[in-house]
Design a protein around this ligand. Sequence first.
Ligand SMILES: Nc1nc2c(c(=O)[nH]1)N[C@H]1C(S)=C(S)[C@@H](COP(=O)(O)O)O[C@H]1N2
Ligand SMILES: [Mo]
Length: 199
Amino acid sequence: MIINDGFIPKRQVNPKVPPGQYVVNDFPVLSLGPTPDISINDWKLEIAGLVEAPQVFTWTEFERLPRVEMKTDIHCVTKWSKLDTLWGGVSMDFLIEQVIVSESATHLIAHSYDGYSTNLPIEDVRGGKAMIATSFEKEPISTPHGGPARLFVPHLYFWKSAKWLSKLEFVNGDIPGFWEVRGYHNYGDPWKEQRYLDD
Ligand SMILES: Nc1nc2c(c(=O)[nH]1)N[C@H]1C(S)=C(S)[C@@H](COP(=O)(O)O)O[C@H]1N2
Ligand SMILES: [Mo]
């Protein structure tokens, strides 16, 4: 006799999937407005604020920087997770060292070509946890997904991974970004389900 016959577990238990999330195989696009059209010739990435050596990279300059890869899961606050995605780009550790971030800087504010912004504690972009991604699954990141370059901070909900990155600003004190002032959680840890303000 099979006593468990007909028993279907309510939720698939996968230790890689944070609470309240489900796995997708497609790759949804979530943007607050129209996708900005940024030509590679006009693209610039500025790194400024509390740094000793501020920089403005052109695409040609940025492409010459050393590359890293991260293969990891991503989690959107709208509850989809996508497992084992492969991204390539320039490590935030490398960039932090290049511009010589001041001891007094506590947060990073990422600014984007569509007017989006998001805030992160500096610890969260150090130690191999974050990069400026320019490739997804070995191909240039498509424009809807943030190409030519997006921030990639996969241990936090995906709204922290600013698409169409234009500027990284190191600051002392926190400045909530686009979604953070509109009710999203300031930090956004998917494992603690920090989705909204009071979570
Ligand atoms: N510049 C910019 N970055 C952004 C957004 C945006 O609207 N503009 N949306 C955020 C949100 S809410 C999510 S969930 C992810 C979605 O990334 P995707 O469209 O590649 O799935 O990008 C984040 N980064
Ligand atoms: Mo999102």
